[in-house]
Design a protein around this ligand. Structure first.
Ligand SMILES: [Zn+2]
Length: 242
């Protein structure tokens, strides 16, 4: 199962020549998820070659550097004759403002845009083999991060061992891998655990967007494979940050 993360934008507040404002693109086995959509995100998508066909947009908070790319991206998706719905997940109380962004300058998207408010702890997306949940962060406006967590995956299939035991190449391999036992022609029964290793833990990706440091983030990010964390101010700028 592929899980690919593309950093489209990692800048803060204003774009620079080197960095676009916030946008993180995740392709999980063909499911295309975008976390925040700062100004110019669609150009960054072209440069990175991610494609535009996102299924879900997760919004951390309504500061311009995280959302001003939405109107342009939605209009481009319309130009591309999109018909699939786009689901936009956003913090509680921000749905109306997001609706205005999607419909900026009187634009009517030619495809359904479903804006769904999700609160901390809520499952924003429950998909095959993984889910995305929101968690609270601390910022100057209502804000939240998101954690993408996969379910445990089956253990590795030991093909040489299966062949050694006399299992015929074919559907029996798949049945063993999915936990079933298989009876061979001579009546021998091969159990799944003879050829399949222990279950492998799923992967975990955490995105905070803008936040002050907080204990909750440490809890949520425990055992994460990747934590994408705000770092607008380094320690030597702590006074300014406050
Ligand atoms: Zn912000």
């Amino acid at each position: 199962m592929s899980l690919r993360v593309t950093f489209l934008g990692t800048g803060g507040a204003v774009p620079t020549t080197e960095r676009a404002p916030s946008a993180i693109f995740v392709n999980r086995e063909g499911d295309r998820l975008l976390f925040d959509c700062g100004e110019g995100t669609q150009r960054e998508m072209m440069r990175a070659g991610t494609g535009f066909g996102i299924d879900h947009l997760f919004v951390s908070h309504l500061h311009g550097d995280h959302v001003l790319g939405i109107p342009g991206l939605v209009q481009t998706l319309g130009f591309n004759d999109r018909t699939d719905p786009l689901r936009v997940h956003c913090p509680p109380g921000t749905g109306d403002d997001l609706h205005d962004l999607v419909h900026a300058v009187g634009h009517q998207p030619g495809f359904p845009v479903r804006i769904e408010e999700v609160g901390p702890g809520d499952v924003a997306l429950s998909a095959d083999g993984y889910e995305v949940r929101a968690f609270e962060t601390t910022h100057r406006t209502v804000s939240q991060g998101y954690v993408l967590e996969e379910a445990d995956r089956p253990g590795r299939f030991d093909r040489p061992r299966a062949e050694e035991l006399g299992v015929p190449v074919g559907p029996a391999f798949g049945r063993l891998h999915s936990g079933e036992s298989v009876e061979l022609e001579d009546g021998t029964v091969v159990e799944s655990d003879q050829v399949v290793g222990p279950p492998r833990p799923g992967r975990k990706l955490v995105y905070t967007a803008d936040t002050r440091p907080r204990e909750r983030t440490v809890e949520v990010a425990e055992d994460a494979d990747l934590l994408v964390h705000d770092a607008t101010f380094a320690d030597d700028m702590a006074d300014r940050a406050r």
